[in-house]
Design a protein around this ligand. Structure first.
Ligand SMILES: Cc1cc2nc3c(=O)[nH]c(=O)nc-3n(C[C@H](O)[C@H](O)[C@H](O)COP(=O)(O)OP(=O)(O)OC[C@H]3O[C@@H](n4cnc5c(N)ncnc54)[C@H](O)[C@@H]3O)c2cc1C
Length: 475
């Protein structure tokens, strides 16, 4: 345990100073293949741009459906470099938008169909992991969204009633009393929680690497260190040995999520929002006993500024949160992965929610960009005139949804007789984000407002009217 040293920011500073700046998941790097880059010319049936879950799942399902096709994934770094290898490891059946919110856009039946498909996605992923022998700590413990103040209880219960009114079953989403919540995990403050069984935890990096290994065995080309510079109809332009190169393809699938603004056709389709995380050391048996995190359900609270935590297979708390600044022009840089203020806030959340673990050493801290479309709605774009497809727009809920949309884009392109082809996300076009500097002002205002509303509510027990109206108008 770190000595308690008084600093301007208290214990959090001491904790952060000694943390390694890389995802805790990367400790288990079982990558046993060398980097192979894309050739300077050639032709494939399917070229997939982006080696995260979206790209790899798309390659997987194409390779199952068309084992004779040549399939290549082009990744600018190494597979799993992006959000897929550094996320919170929640494999959740929930989208960023609730069933009732989806129903407002697509209607009740379409919203329920999307949710049923998403819940079933966990079974699909579990089956693939088993069949392909991918070990990634898969554990299905459900998820709780805990009310930490009475106001949050009111809001969460009101929202839950809306979901039930739209047709979601108690079995899929239900209320836990404060005692029932404490039986899930010994939280400092809880006034009850919403529980869903539709969430598993994983080590996401192990899952990416396992999937990559399977793809290699299936003959899919994984071309790493192969940055794509442009996507044109039937052509992927990239750099090979520092020189411009082109690959022809029967279909190009763009799977670049938070990195999409660097492509001409998706410049304003998404903003990269940074989510940051820390991990504690493996907790001692005494602390684990006090925490009593019985089913290892994932944890979030009912605040506006999202935080999310899981108890990892090796007994650490891996916890993350939004709140890091958005960078002008949707820029992405490795240095943006670290933000002291945001990391400090996340460390403090450990003490606030899990006091039993407040003395645990912080061993890792990291972050990364996730993609947020203007309406928080995922989409599957298929354009047969330019042999182009795209999936994404997960808004921080992509670990399961990448699998769902990958199966959907494959079924859609191959015109399979599949219920996934009725998903409302097919052909959905989110509005574009505003041009700069409006985007910069708008996104950062949303971040600041969320934080300040949470603080106000925690202090006074009431919502600040003006700020709440403002944020609702900005969304
Ligand atoms: C810190 C953090 C925590 C998160 N927690 C969760 C969670 O707990 N649960 C959840 O469901 N979701 C979570 N998310 C979101 C989730 O990780 C993503 O939605 C999901 O991984 C998206 O997968 P993807 O393959 O679409 O994108 P990515 O994994 O970002 O993959 C895109 C890939 O494209 C590559 N690329 C970019 N530009 C180019 C180019 N020009 N040429 C070639 N390749 C390129 C990138 O290097 C990257 O590897 C989190 C995200 C972050 C950052």
């Amino acid at each position: 345990m770190e000595p308690l040293v008084a600093t301007p920011h208290g214990l959090a500073d001491v904790a952060l100073e000694n943390a390694v700046q890389r995802p805790v998941w990367h400790e288990a790097d079982a990558r046993d293949w060398p980097v192979t880059s894309a050739p300077s010319s050639g032709e494939v049936d399917v070229a997939i741009v982006g080696g995260g879950f979206s790209g790899l799942w798309t390659a997987y399902y194409f390779s199952l459906a068309r084992p004779d096709w040549s399939i290549a994934v082009l990744e600018s770094q190494r597979v799993g470099f992006g959000a897929s290898g550094r996320n919170g490891g929640w494999c959740s059946g929930m989208f960023a938008l609730s069933p009732s919110e989806l129903a407002e856009t697509f209607g009740r039946d379409a919203a329920l169909h999307a949710y049923a498909a998403s819940f079933a996605t966990l079974n699909e992923i579990e089956a693939v992991l088993l069949r392909e022998g991918i070990a990634c700590g898969w554990h299905r413990g459900g998820s709780i969204t805990s009310a930490t103040i009475p106001l949050q209880r009111m809001r969460l219960q009101g929202d839950l009633a809306k979901q039930h009114a739209v047709g979601v079953n108690e079995a899929d989403l239900r209320w836990l009393s404060a005692d029932e919540t404490r039986a899930e995990v010994n939280l400092a403050d809880t006034y009850g929680a919403v529980y869903t069984p539709h969430c598993a935890t994983v080590n996401p990096f192990q899952m990416v690497l396992g999937l990559a290994r399977v793809l290699r065995q299936r003959g899919v080309q994984l071309w790493e260190s192969s940055p794509v510079t442009a996507i044109e109809p039937g052509v992927v332009r990239h750099t090979a040995d520092g020189k411009p190169a082109a690959l022809r393809a029967g279909l190009v699938v763009q799977a670049t999520e938070g990195y999409s603004p660097s492509f001409r056709q998706t410049r304003r389709a998404m903003v990269p929002l940074y989510s940051l995380m820390v991990a504690t050391e493996p907790l001692s048996p005494e602390v684990l006993a006090q925490l009593n995190w019985s089913r290892r359900a994932t944890f979030t609270d009912g605040g506006r500024m999202i935080i999310y935590a899981q108890l990892t297979a090796d007994g650490r708390i891996a916890i993350g949160g939004r709140g890091a600044p958005y960078h002008f022009g949707s820029r992405i840089k490795p240095s943006f992965d670290i933000d002291d203020e945001t990391h400090r806030r996340i460390v403090k959340a450990i003490a606030r929610h899990f006091p039993a673990a407040s003395g645990a050493r912080i061993t890792h801290r990291w972050g990364g960009p996730l993609g947020v479309p203007r309406d928080w709605t995922p989409s599957v774009v298929v354009d047969r005139t330019s042999n182009y497809a795209r999936i994404g727009g997960y808004t921080g809920d992509g670990v399961a949804c990448t699998n769902l949309l990958a199966r959907t884009v494959v079924d859609e392109w191959l015109e399979h007789d599949s219920p996934l082809r009725n998903l409302a996300f097919i052909g959905h076009r989110s509005p574009e984000w505003e041009v700069e500097p409006l985007r910069f002002i708008g996104v950062n205002s949303l971040i600041h407002l969320s934080d300040s509303i949470d603080s106000h509510e925690a202090r006074t027990g009431r919502s600040p009217k003006l700020r709440t109206t403002l944020i609702e108008n900005l969304l």
